[in-house]
Design a protein around this ligand. Structure first.
Ligand code: SF4
Length: 205
């Protein structure tokens, strides 16, 4: 008996989940190409560009090698090597932690900030077609993707996620989604993927 694979054309065409998986693969390919183009322009690697963008938009407590390794599902050694290059190119500097001199966080230099600002628009051509969808289509898509990300996180395939579904402030009741921190109901279209106020919910083992 043939094993099921979403990449088998016959099996994929009989199965909507398979077609979604293949569609997501196509989209990840678009990200890869766009990120690669941005990297080439700056003579950096894709992960170096991702690190610059991450530091640009996140606060110092997140901008540490160990956190970046988890964020990008890579080893500390790989992130460390990329950071060394960024420091050597004077795009990133290390700021020693005042309370622990063995620990440091990363910040952008003026030049690093300039590259990060420009590079952060690399996915615009993926965002533009989404603007053509109706609000309802976008909300359904966002919710489906959030549920998928949550499940992939729960099964350990992808690491850190700063989203509502795994936040200690998140509550779901008969009236829908609620954020205890913001003291506000969240419409389906307002659920967050990367929230600055996120606090990881304790895992029940
Ligand atoms: S703090 Fe942020 S992630 Fe947490 S529930 Fe509120 S909006 Fe969602």
């Amino acid at each position: 008996m043939k094993k099921y694979s979403p990449f088998s054309l016959d099996q994929q065409n009989e199965n909507i989940e398979g077609r979604i998986v293949v569609a997501l693969e196509r989209i990840s390919e678009a990200f890869r190409v766009l990120l690669w183009n941005e990297s080439k322009e700056n003579a950096l690697s894709p992960i170096q560009i991702q690190i610059l963008i991450f530091i640009y938009f996140h606060t110092p407590e997140f901008n540490k090698v160990s956190y970046l390794a988890e964020e990008f599902n890579m080893t500390k050694a790989t992130i460390s090597d990329s950071v060394k290059v960024l420091v050597a190119k004077k795009l990133v500097s290390k700021e020693t932690d005042a309370t622990d001199t063995r620990s440091y966080s990363l910040s952008l230099t003026k030049e690093g900030e300039k590259i990060a600002r420009k590079a952060s628009t690399f996915a615009t051509s993926i965002e533009q077609p989404l603007e053509k969808l109706t609000k309802e289509q976008k909300t359904i898509m966002l919710n489906g993707l959030l549920k998928l990300i949550y499940d992939l996180n729960q099964s350990g395939i992808i690491t850190i996620q700063r989203m509502c579904f795994n936040c200690s402030h998140y509550q779901f009741d008969k009236n829908g989604h609620y954020c205890k921190l913001l003291k506000s109901r969240l419409a389906e279209s307002e659920l967050r993927v990367d929230c600055p106020e996120h606090e990881m919910k304790e895992q029940v083992s």
